[in-house]
Write a protein that binds this ligand. Sequence first.
Ligand code: MRU
Length: 333
Amino acid sequence: MRFKDNGAERDIRALWFEDGELVMMDQRLLPRDVIFIRYNDHKEVADAIRDMVTRGAPSIGAAAAYGMALAALNGADLAEAATVIKAARPTANDLFYAVDHMIGRISAGDDPLKSADSYVSAIVDNCMAIGMHGAPLIKDGYTVMTHCNAGALATVDVGTALAPIRVAWSEGRRFKVLASETRPRLQGLQLTAWELIHEGIDHAVIVDGASGHFMRRGVDMVIVGADRIVANGDFANKVGTYEKAVIAKELGIPFYVAAPVSTFDFDTASGDDIIIEERDSEEITRIGGEDVAPVGVQVLNPAFDVTPFRYVTAYITEKGILTAKDIDAMRSE
Ligand code: MRU
């Protein structure tokens, strides 16, 4: 992703491996500070995923792959390492996919670090393919709505929902992105807007509750990412996605889900079986380090919601633009 720092422009990634260590941008500090933390132990990587130093399904998978490589390089018990890393967060399929992929490669005798490197380059290549498949859907003059951050930060580089947006913009089409702020952790305001600013893409951030208002006024398409897409096409994504999908159907607005194959969970039949992460109540009751809620308040804080497949116009994947009926065939490919 492009990063403009005091006039200088450079390309950075959400994470990479260097000199025996996993280096991750601390996404909790964006947009104020761009700071990188170094990890040489898989347990610390698991903690970093839990604490959301890195986040977004494919970036979580990438961190997990390097976590498994570190476990192997440090001579740790791989089954135990897999359990520790898989326990970091429950919803994003990529976490489980990446750990299982690494166990398979290492057991087959492949070099752990090379396996993690190639897992991560495949993520970025797949995101670029998602961008190329999805970009023609975005026309000049469109208003495109997205939610949370499904950009380069969430996928090491390029993005899923933001990939078609990046490609269409680089091809010269001009449109506006509406990014909902994404309470309580503000991934839309702090991460998606940060990426769009650095790419020079026209955008506006709206509060989550304004989505219906803007959709009635003229949104041309919605594109979101996913944390897990199950066999029937139901999918989990950042809480607040479901409302947008229902309103989109009500208003006849196309609703797209952009995700790589690592996000597809072919073994789960329907969205009712997806485990939804519940996060700490302080994410809601504290703002800027200050308590903002009355003492004794009770809070519910699910990080994700499930949208049934019937609200999805199509899934933009590295294999092309698919419908729910195509998902089963992907499994065997
Ligand atoms: O809690 P987060 O920030 O990890 O949630 C991220 C999302 O919900 C993204 O939309 C999803 O992972 C897709 S990222 C390409």
